[in-house]
Design a protein around this ligand. Sequence first.
Ligand code: UDP
Length: 384
Amino acid sequence: MYDAIVIGSGIAGAAAARILAEEQEKSVLVLEKKAHIGGNCYDEEDHYGVLIHRYGPHIFHTNDEEVYAWLSRFTDWYAFGHEVVAKVDGELIPVPFNLNTLKQVYGEEKAAALEKKLTDTFGEGARVPILKLRQQQDPEIQAIADYVYENIFLRYTMKQWGQKPEEIDPAVTGRVPVVISHDNRYFGDKYQGMPLDGYTPMFEKMLDHPLIEVRIGVDAREVLELSEETGKVLLHGEEFTGSIIYTGPVDELFGCRFGRLPYRSLRFDFEHLNIPDYQGHSVVNYTVSEDFTRITEFKHLTGQKTEGTTIVREYPFAYTGAEGEIPYYAIMNPENNKLYEKYAALTEQFYDFHLLGRLAEYKYYNIDAMAAKAIALARSLANS
Ligand code: UDP
């Protein structure tokens, strides 16, 4: 009855489903476990009418013209340059650490000399990962690296990952490099902002196609069976021979038989306040104190005008697979990646079965890279 089944309706599943339906005229069944589409990009108005991101702040940014144009078919944009500050000893300093932060921390005079040294060493506009900066021999640059490591990375990373910056995949801290410029924006990309009416309407439009059927509140494991004896996939007990794209955690497809794949989860504590402005910034990172990593104040992200304001605090913890917990981040390291590969190999016995996304590929994708990957995968299935 269907040509393809897509499991999950986050950016990976939704973009793939759209391409399969629109470009390849395949009939697509999208199965979504949550009670809504959009995966962790999902946003909605809370009880107070404030547009919130239910699963933490998602800020779109890209240099990819093609992805930008493709997504722009489903939404207009509220363009803004996202800025983050860190609360350090009662002061708010710009993050990523940049030449403005340098001035604030070291004072005008000292910063001027250091600025010259950093610019001479790395070049104007360079983006230097903290772990690279720490390898510099120059004592003054070492002192800056120590400051940044201690005050921006160490405790935030301990909270977020339960490990030190040097113990996790360097690409993770490399996402937030030291920036040799006076640009306070969190991302360096050409396009940045929010879907003008929110993410959920963007997903609604993406999935609104006569060849796409979306079923929400359906756990794929209850309707799909992967028969390892026969190599066949059954949908409601009947053989399904079309393409399958799975965007969930791959260990759960096989009863976690080799042990659980580790992920980090988050608890989100939302709070509504009857004041117009809580922190004056969309995101404040707590890099040296508190148990939570950051506070997001949504109205500053979305540009929405409301009387009150809603904020959310994020408390990271190790995902255990307990009912109601959500895995958000793969903990990429050689050991976990090896375990992942064992599970991924089990899917190879099923013809035309594809793993896609942060969870299913055990990777750290941004929205734009995820959309690009999903589009490419779906296009590659043209003749399957
Ligand atoms: N990070 C940090 N301090 C900060 C911001 C980021 O230590 O103030 C580190 C931390 O390890 C984090 C990583 O950099 O997990 C990536 O940060 P990003 O803001 O990209 O994380 P996301 O928004 O995807 O959770």
